[in-house]
Design a protein around this ligand. Structure first.
Ligand SMILES: [Zn+2]
Length: 360
């Protein structure tokens, strides 16, 4: 009798742990270019928000984003991240709590970072921002070559370099990068195409404004229902380089709104509702030790290899902000995207194992 009881418990234990191992049917990845962990976890920086050479209307800016504690400040800046992801998902990279996330590549700028995120391999040959076709196979290309995902992968990015990062010609999935003309024929896309070409180009010819990238990506989600969608924003990095801390904060705040809108949209569509994981991260950090270096990044800027990531949805335990002593790497994200979908990422190049965030 006792033996049967033990066997029953084991079976019950197995089935309850198996019930927790839930694969996501869809994964959505979003990146904020060069957005620092300092603002992600601490909100507006006291020195930078008070410096009139970086923040033109400091009084108005402080009204929006300032508060006494870092916890209040970050919730003002990123309300969706801190009211929803932090409660239902996970956030890693708060170094003040011992949670370290770093890039593994030695360059600490964009193309090497995005290559590391999506190919899982911090390749030393990927060492410039030239838009050359990536020799490495990204996890998006890998997924698009799996029968269950064929034609169900798409990428929308503000920066035009992604045609190279994803090796669009070889990859076989749509990459709408920068001001790429939209091929989709539905009226909404015709209108969005007109808007992108008629809008001012405050960030130059190579960077589509983020709100257009978002709206185009969201419309694609609604019309084509991809299983794997990537949206890559850029403006946080552009405004930081330009020394505009006010614009940097406003863009981060707007991106948080888009994340909320994206998550609500996903939960309103049967294919995605309770069936999807959202991953949010960045390609590199920026300086902080020397305050003026917040504008910059690269191997000569100490700390600009420090990043963060957030995750919410199927397969992600609601553990909130990580306060574990841990060292995680950007290179682990590619395998994580595949693992969330129940697959092992096995491209020709060597890849890092997935992040320890997936429910077992
Ligand atoms: Zn940059």
């Amino acid at each position: 009798m006792k033996r049967i009881f033990v066997a029953c418990c084991m079976l019950m234990g197995m089935s309850s742990s198996m019930a927790q191992t839930k694969k996501a049917a869809n994964v959505v990845v979003v990146t904020l270019d060069g957005f620092r962990w300092q603002e992600m976890f601490g909100g507006a920086d006291e020195q930078l928000i008070n410096d009139p050479s970086y923040s033109f209307d400091t009084a108005a800016l402080k009204k929006k984003y300032w508060a006494a504690t870092p916890q209040e400040r970050r919730a003002k800046l990123l309300p969706f991240v801190w009211n929803t992801i932090a409660k239902q998902g996970q956030l890693h990279g708060n170094r003040t709590l011992g949670s370290n996330v770093n890039v593994k590549n030695r360059y600490w700028f964009s193309y090497p970072g995005y290559n590391e995120i999506f190919s899982g391999y911090p390749d030393t040959l990927v060492n410039s921002n030239d838009p050359t076709p990536n020799a490495n196979v990204t996890v998006l290309e890998f997924l698009n070559n799996q029968p269950a995902f064929k034609g169900k992968v798409a990428a929308f990015t503000s920066w035009d370099c992604f045609d190279g990062i994803f090796n669009e010609k070889r990859a076989g999935f749509p990459v709408s990068a920068g001001f790429d003309s939209l091929k989709m024929k539905q009226p909404a896309f015709r209108l969005l195409n007109e808007m992108q070409f008629l809008s001012p180009q405050p960030l130059g010819e190579g960077v589509r404004p983020d709100h257009l990238t978002y709206t185009i990506g969201k419309e694609y989600l609604r019309q084509y229902a991809p299983r794997v969608l990537y949206i890559g924003f850029d403006e946080t990095d552009d405004y930081a380089h330009g020394g505009r801390y006010d614009f940097y904060l406003n863009t981060a705040h707007a991106t948080d709104k888009w994340l909320a809108d994206l998550w609500n949209t996903l939960q309103s569509i049967p294919q995605y509702r309770n069936n999807t994981t959202l991953l949010v991260t960045t390609d590199h950090g920026r300086g902080d030790i020397v305050k003026k270096d917040w504008r910059s990044h690269g191997s000569e800027i100490e700390g600009s290899d420090q990043i963060w990531f957030a995750a919410i949805g199927v397969g992600i335990k609601a553990e909130g902000e990580s306060n574990k002593s841990e060292q995680l790497y950007q290179a682990q994200i590619a395998s994580t995207i595949a693992a969330l979908l129940g697959l092992r990422f096995t491209p020709p190049q060597p890849v890092a194992a997935h992040l320890p965030v997936i429910m077992k």
